[in-house]
Design a protein around this ligand. Structure first.
Ligand SMILES: NC(=O)c1ccc[n+]([C@@H]2O[C@H](COP(=O)([O-])OP(=O)(O)OC[C@H]3O[C@@H](n4cnc5c(N)ncnc54)[C@H](O)[C@@H]3O)[C@@H](O)[C@H]2O)c1
Length: 346
């Protein structure tokens, strides 16, 4: 029997997940919970995000429709609750889902506070339900290709890497810098790279960040992560105030016998990319023959991993709540380091 999913929150991510579920066999959406009356009728035409197709009129025949996640949690026909709510609502939703005995797939960031993330992981463990968090980056084609090369072992051990995620100030998102609602660029944006760094290199021993603040929120920062084994790992993240480059991300990753390189940016007039490549120690440059270019593919791969975890009973090593919690710990340490950076020299 297919795994039965209830999506909480039909906003941008609820829509993207809905589309991805349609493409994965063995897992299906049987319920939704959304306070917006129009969206409860299937009118999702006003949903817009910064990628993917715009919302549509959706046929909800056969789908149980609730106005709130609390009502949906009483539905005995749901195995997994997919939490696509704003970040500040993640803690309450995940704790309630765990008590109701439902497995949880929660969008990133797991929570806005380290203590909340710890509580959520502990609650799911105690209730013996799986907790997965939507850190989709490892499933994006270029990142996936890089991870496959790294984990193949063919190019030796990791030496380090640098990771970049910079956007134009998203002035259209009113609560973006609000630490109690969205969490600013660290928790909305950089948390993807914090998770990737944790996944690739383990937990850093310390972090050293220098950054600019927007009131109390770290707006832009360079960070150096310290590891006991001399890995050289750094990141650049945040917001710039020129509107012409809404999104940039990329990396350079060093292995003993290869370097992996990728960068992609959306500019106001066009997109540009430095396509993913692997430079080996024989003077060769290796490029993937063809990578998927449908933005939904990463989410389809992510949902397939959720299905695999639930079907096997073994929590995903990539999407696990523990890793997501550690990513929030890393972000919190970066904010703290940037705030307390003053070093007397004279
Ligand atoms: N992985 C990614 O690439 C990515 C991209 C964008 C957003 N996100 C994450 O997805 C999450 C949701 O973001 P979004 O952009 O979809 O937000 P959104 O505001 O578009 O959608 C949230 C929805 O939740 C609904 N909602 C609020 N309270 C509810 C409740 N109690 N019960 C049921 N529904 C409720 C709202 O009405 C809204 O429709 C955030 O954590 C965000 O960080 C991830």
């Amino acid at each position: 029997m297919a795994i039965r999913v209830g999506i909480a929150g039909i906003g941008f991510m609820g829509w993207i997940h809905w589309l991805a579920y349609q493409r994965v066999e063995g897992i299906e959406v049987v319920a939704i919970a959304e306070p917006d009356t129009k969206r409860r009728t299937g009118d999702w035409r006003d949903i817009r995000g910064n990628f993917g197709p715009p919302g549509k009129q959706v046929d909800l025949a056969g789908i149980s429709v609730y106005s709130d996640i609390t009502e949906m949690l009483e539905d005995k026909n749901i195995d997994l609750v997919d939490v696509c709510l704003p970040p500040a609502a993640h803690r309450g939703a995940v704790l309630a889902a765990a008590v109701a005995g439902k497995h949880v797939f929660c969008e990133k960031p797991i929570a806005l506070r380290v203590s909340d993330a710890e509580e959520m992981v502990a609650a799911c463990e105690q209730q013996k339900v799986q907790l997965m968090v939507g850190h989709v980056l490892p499933y994006f084609p270029e990142y996936r290709w890089a991870l496959e090369k790294i984990w193949s072992g063919k190019y030796g051990s990791l030496l380090g890497g640098t990771f970049k995620r910079v956007i134009s100030n998203p002035a259209w998102l009113p609560h973006f810098f609000d630490l109690d609602r969205v969490g600013g660029p660290l928790l909305d944006l950089h948390v993807h790279d914090a998770h990737l760094i944790r996944l690739l290199f383990g937990m850093p021993q310390a972090v050293n960040s220098r950054g600019r603040f927007n009131d109390k929120t770290l707006e832009y920062a360079h960070s150096q992560f310290e590891f006991s084994n001399n890995l050289v790992v750094s990141s650049v993240m945040g917001v710039v105030h020129q509107q012409g480059r809404p999104f940039t991300h990329g990396f350079e990753i060093h292995l003993e016998r290869a370097t992996l390189q990728f960068e992609s940016a959306a500019f106001a007039d066009a997109g540009e990319a430095m396509p993913i490549k692997l430079i080996d120690d024989q003077g060769n440059v290796l490029r993937p023959e063809q990578l998927a270019n449908d933005v939904l593919d990463g989410f389809v791969a992510e949902i397939s991993e959720v299905k695999k975890s639930l079907a096997s009973g073994v929590n995903s090593p990539i999407l696990s709540g523990e890793l997501a919690r550690d990513a929030v710990r890393i972000c919190a340490a970066q904010a703290l380091s940037a705030a307390n950076r003053r070093q007397e020299l004279i």
